[in-house]
Design a protein around this ligand. Structure first.
Ligand code: ZN
Length: 569
């Protein structure tokens, strides 16, 4: 590997990591006087501005930060003093939180009442919930739901459809696992999808079968399309889903979301909502892989105030929970497949295709964000990115790997070397830590969710939740990042505690580095003059409170572009 050719990339990436935007805090204030619209006072502000990390007041005008500092100094900036003063009563203010990987449409669908099986404590609970939904539905209508997790059930085994089918004879049922990388179909759904004993698994997907060779109903990754293309989705349109998701995000202090997989139809809805002033949340879309070549061949990247589309979302592999993650060596708890061949997971998209799209992205100014979970999946993506970069060295590529969950030790330094951003979800760690070692054994598990190792090698981590796979509340992610413990404080000291983030690292990952992952660190992610007035007011100081209080910290106010878009009741 000719690493020398990559050096300029690294150098520039490091140069960009220096604190952004060189504006003096007071210079133009005194020469020309300054207009202030709103002055927030009596606040405990964490700015993430290294020159002035803490402040008691923030002055805002025209949607931007005018100044931060002591109240008395800020009051004198505007000679007329005709601004509104908002007393925050000592509350904590942090830069607006950005979820670097979420799914707004599906969050909205659960928010609007789609069958949510996340609280089911057993498969029997799932059956009961689905049966009730089927009784309420017209015969023949699809029952669609999700968020079940067999790792939370006593038997911890993937379900089979028979008992579900027995109570839902008249309705096709399709319920996806919490990771969205597998689903269970009942008999009627298998029939509509035309899945029989003879159906072969598609590339990058698997139809699970029982000992008798019949489909169990569980379909993994690309096999899910067999059913999903047959569903007639009635119900709320995407505008309603996105607006519901926006409301949910603003309420938990998110000012920005990177939506990891949007369609051209979603893009039109986002653009219309933005034009109509109804899109308050700042959304950074990643166009789903299937549309990428055609769409960006016709449309240039779009950079807007509330909606930006200059990225695409690829999939290298599946998820570890459903054993679709692509591993270098066989799964510890499924070493061979039904035919007796070594089983290492699924390549959902070929590395050649990822390389092709990476080259396309470099040529078109489209950022490439690729889902990779297994150690093989991650290595293949790093290799594909490296090959593409050898042909076209572009310092501003900011290629991303989404999840980067399981890394081989040799691959950890490559993120910084290649300038690849690790887009990671702290709550995946604290959900998956219960069973990661079952899947891959203790030795390989040491490279799982390796935040501190990545940071030590100079990589940048953009944090998110992958909602609705995990909860969308960033306080849960912040807590998971700094503790690696579940909400009961288990295990003691945290799982693989050497890989925890500090609170400052976690805050950066959810703000400044998430902004960097969208080319937006000069406008977002910290509170300094000239940047957007996106911030969150909290009822607790999450930088100093006992860690156990972080998850229940409440958002008192969410401000985007100087406008209060959410206040606590
Ligand atoms: Zn996702």
């Amino acid at each position: 590997m000719p690493l020398i050719r990559i050096v300029p990339v690294v150098t520039l990436a490091l140069a960009l990591s220096a604190p952004a935007v060189g504006q003096d805090h007071s210079d133009h204030d005194h020469k020309h006087g300054v207009h202030i619209e709103k002055l927030y006072v009596n606040a405990n502000v964490y700015t993430l501005d290294p020159r002035q990390p803490r402040a008691a007041a923030i002055a805002v005008a025209d949607g931007q930060i005018v100044a931060t500092g002591p109240e008395a100094r800020l009051r004198n900036l505007d000679r007329y003093g005709d601004f509104e003063v908002i007393d925050l009563s000592g509350a904590t203010v942090i830069p607006g939180l950005i979820d670097a990987h979420g799914h707004l449409g599906s969050l909205g669908s659960f928010g609007l009442g789609q069958l949510d099986l996340s609280r089911a404590a057993s498969f029997d609970d799932v059956i009961a919930q689905v049966a009730a939904a089927a009784r309420a539905a017209d015969p023949g209508a699809w029952i669609v739901g999700g968020r079940w997790d067999h790792e939370s059930w006593p038997e911890r085994k993937l379900p089979t459809h028979a008992r579900l089918s027995a109570v839902t004879p008249d309705n096709p049922v399709w319920i996806t696992r919490v990771d969205g990388h597998s689903g269970l179909a009942n008999e009627a759904a298998l029939k509509r999808a035309g899945i029989s004993r003879e159906t072969t698994s598609p590339t990058g997907g698997e139809i699970l079968r029982g000992a008798d060779g019949a489909a169990t109903g569980v379909l993994i990754d690309n096999a899910m399309n067999l059913v999903e293309t047959k569903i007639d989705r009635a119900g709320a349109g995407s505008e309603a889903l996105l607006l519901k998701a926006q409301e949910m995000c603003l309420a938990v202090g998110l000012t920005g979301v990177h939506d990891a997989g949007v369609s051209p139809a979603d893009v039109e809805v986002f653009r219309r909502l933005e034009r109509e002033g109804r899109l308050k949340l700042r959304v950074y879309g990643m166009l789903s892989a299937a549309y990428t070549l055609e769409y960006f061949a016709r449309n240039p990247p779009l950079v807007g105030d509330r909606f930006t589309l200059r990225a695409c979302k690829l999939y290298a592999d599946g998820a570890m929970g459903s054993r679709g993650a692509w591993l270098l060596a066989p799964y510890s708890d499924r070493p061979t497949d039904e035919a007796g061949a070594p089983y290492t997971g699924l390549a959902v998209m070929s590395p050649q295709m990822i390389e092709k799209l990476a080259s396309f992205g470099l040529a078109r100014g489209v950022q490439v964000c690729t889902h990779a979970i297994g150690d093989r999946g991650n290595r293949e993506v790093l290799d594909a990115y490296e090959r593409a970069l050898q042909r076209a060295r572009l310092p501003e590529h900011r290629f991303r790997i989404e999840h980067a969950q399981l890394l081989s030790p040799e691959d950890i330094p490559r993120f910084a070397e290649l300038g690849v951003i690790a887009s990671m979800q702290p709550t995946h760690c604290t959900t998956d830590m219960r069973w990661v070692a079952d899947r891959v054994g203790d030795e390989r598990a040491r490279g799982a969710y390796a935040w501190a190792s990545l940071l030590r090698h100079g990589a940048r981590i953009a944090a998110g939740s992958d909602f609705p796979v995990e909860g969308h509340n960033p306080m849960l992610g912040f807590y998971a990042a700094v503790t690696r413990q579940d909400l009961d404080g288990k295990p003691d000291g945290g799982w693989q505690s050497g890989e925890r983030m500090t609170r400052t690292e976690a805050l950066r990952a959810f703000t400044l580095d998430a902004a960097y992952a969208a080319f937006e660190e000069e406008r977002k992610g910290s509170l300094l003059p000239g940047k957007l007035a996106d911030f969150v007011v909290l009822n607790r100081d999450i930088m100093t409170c006992p860690v156990g209080e972080i998850p229940t910290t409440r958002v008192l106010r969410t401000v985007i572009g100087g406008e209060t878009v959410h206040t606590a009741e």
